[in-house]
Design a protein around this ligand. Structure first.
Ligand SMILES: Nc1nc2c(ncn2[C@@H]2O[C@H](COP(=O)(O)OP(=O)(O)OP(=O)(O)O)[C@@H](O)[C@H]2O)c(=O)[nH]1
Ligand SMILES: [Mg+2]
Length: 169
C-alpha cells in the first residue's frame, strides 16, 4: 500500500487498538507516548489532539501521510476536536467512530460530533473488538481521492459506513 494514514483523537479513543486491528496484530495496546510509525500507519498520542501545544506536531506529521482518521470514542460524550478541524489539513479525511461494540456506545451522538470535525468525507462505525469497519478503513486508505471514497460508500450500502457533506446540506 503506497498510501499512509495518521490516526488522531483523544487519549483512550482507541487509536492504538485500531492500529493493531488494521495491522492484524493481536497484542493489547499500551499507552502511546510518542509518534509511532508502522508500514502504512502513523499512530499518535492522544495528547497531540487534546493539547493545542502539540498541533504543530500533528501538522508536521500530516505532511507525511495521504489520509487522516479522526477518531471519536462512541462511549465518550466529550468532543475534543475544534469544529472544522480537518479543514486545516489538505489530506483526505475519514471519520471513525470507535468502540461501537460497547454497551454504552452512542452512535447518533458520535456521528454528529464527527460530522462537525470533517465536514465532507466518509464516516466508518468501527470496533476493534469485533472487527466492524476495519475492512472499510483499509479500503478507504487505498483510495486516492474524495470521489472514489464517496462512490465506495454508495456502492457498499452498509449501515456502518456513511458519507457526510455538511457543506451542502
Ligand atoms: N469495547 C472496546 N474497547 C476498546 C476498543 N478500542 C479500544 N478499546 C479500549 O479503550 C482503551 C484505550 O485504547 P487505546 O487503543 O490505548 O487508546 P489510544 O487512543 O491509543 O490512547 P492514547 O495512546 O493514550 O492516546 C483500552 O482499554 C482499549 O481496550 C473497541 O473497539 N471496543
Ligand atoms: Mg495509543
Amino acid at each position: 500500500m503506497k498510501n499512509r494514514v495518521m490516526l488522531i483523537g483523544a487519549i483512550g479513543a482507541g487509536k492504538s487498538t485500531l492500529t493493531n486491528s488494521l495491522l492484524g496484530k493481536i497484542v493489547p495496546a499500551i499507552k502511546t507516548q510518542t509518534l509511532i510509525y508502522y508500514d502504512w500507519i502513523v499512530d499518535t498520542p492522544g495528547e497531540y489532539t487534546e493539547n493545542p501545544f502539540f498541533y504543530k506536531n500533528i501538522m508536521a506529521t500530516a505532511l507525511e501521510v495521504t489520509h487522516i482518521f479522526y477518531l471519536q470514542d462512541a462511549t465518550n460524550g466529550k468532543m475534543i476536536f475544534p469544529p472544522g478541524f480537518s479543514t486545516g489539513f489538505s489530506k483526505l479525511p475519514i471519520g471513525v467512530i470507535t468502540k461501537s461494540d460497547h454497551k454504552e456506545a452512542n452512535l447518533e451522538r458520535s456521528i454528529k460530533m464527527i460530522e462537525s470535525v470533517i465536514s465532507v468525507g466518509p464516516i466508518v462505525i468501527a470496533s476493534a473488538v469485533n472487527g466492524t469497519g476495519v475492512e472499510h478503513l483499509k479500503a478507504l486508505v487505498d483510495m486516492d481521492d474524495m470521489a472514489s471514497m464517496k462512490s465506495y460508500v454508495e456502492k457498499e450500502q452498509d449501515e456502518n459506513l456513511l458519507f457526510t457533506n455538511q457543506l451542502y446540506s
